[in-house]
Ligand binder design. Sequence first.
Ligand SMILES: Nc1ncnc2c1ncn2[C@@H]1O[C@H](COP(=O)(O)OP(=O)(O)OP(=O)(O)O)[C@@H](O)[C@H]1O
Length: 390
Amino acid sequence: MRRIPGSVSRFFFPRKKSSHENYKNTEKDWAFPEELCRRFSLAEITTATQCFDASLFIGSGVFGSVYKGRIKVNGDEDRTDVVAIKRIFTDSERQVRQFRAEVELLCQLRHTNLISLIGFCQENGECFIVYNYMPNGSLRDYLYETCNIKNKDAFPLTWKQRLKICIGVARAIHYLHAGVKHTIIHRNVKCWNILLDQNLVPKLSGFVLSKRGPPVLSNALIRLNSELAGTKGYIDPEYVWSGQLTEKSDVFSFGMVLFEVLCAKSCTRDIPECVKKGDTFPAMIDPFLVGKVAPGCLRKFMNIAERCVRLSGAERPTMGEVEVELECALELQESADAIKQLKELGTTASSSLAPPPPAAAHDMEDYTYQDISFSEINENLPHIYLREWP
Ligand SMILES: Nc1ncnc2c1ncn2[C@@H]1O[C@H](COP(=O)(O)OP(=O)(O)OP(=O)(O)O)[C@@H](O)[C@H]1O
């Protein structure tokens, strides 16, 4: 049985010493296919970020610091585009390798629900990745890091907005697993890596840990022997035990995201605390959603989430199945809302001569959940969230 290194924090990496000291200055050794994306100069990056001015700093993650910037993307001299520039931490050879791998991977992918790579820069020992700027930040901000919310008008996200975000992310992961020549396993699906554009369209990001598998030829699961990497709380326990990464590892992490979306709580911190206290469903559901989610839709959504986080990968659905079932959950919500609205219109019309204005979903009477049995999911909650690490 594999053991996670003692210093478990957000990420798991076995540490490897750099094999040669000069790794930062190897930009010339990188035969990067430049026709696939722009290579920016360090001067362009410095100008774009006004010398990394603190006012343009967006935030920092494990792999680098992100700045908002303005840069000339096309040849047009007068036009600059708003971008996000990640200044990669380059303390080790591993980080430089990961930077190159992310650039090489992202420049070959195109999907509405994936973050777009605009270009990169590697110069003077510094590495940068330039992405499309996402004005609405990350899904995490809207669920449980609400102090970071950029657009207060969009908070709290409605249930249908959340469902559409989940469907978009499921499409992106399905594309990675089955829509490209070589299957890609993201390995770090989490709410922080789901960015939202101006229309709240989700864009999956954070490809630094992604792994490319063999060509997609059959329905057989891709199994990659890979060193352990991911984020605690989202990482597939089967991958932790076996060291074998499969597409189902992304399915597990996505299942955790689904629970976070429903509860507006973090699966690494808040949900385990609630479960320890003995909280159960439906009390764990985000209070803003209670009564707004149609019972049929809730049943379907919880069923998908519960199957995604099963201990055995073989028992989890594929991302294609998850995508279709989430679309079905959205249809269930829309048809329940339509029926309820019609009923309410009928009641009001019969008690008044003037035709009432159409009721918005949030004005309608609340749904109730007494017909749903939560016992199975409630029994499983400790197994899902209070798992002992091997
Ligand atoms: N393209 C982007 N547009 C707007 N904001 C972004 C973009 N990419 C990242 N950010 C924001 O920059 C901050 C740092 O992001 P980064 O991806 O480096 O780390 P993270 O997602 O917080 O964590 P981790 O490194 O653990 O994945 C986050 O607040 C993130 O939402």
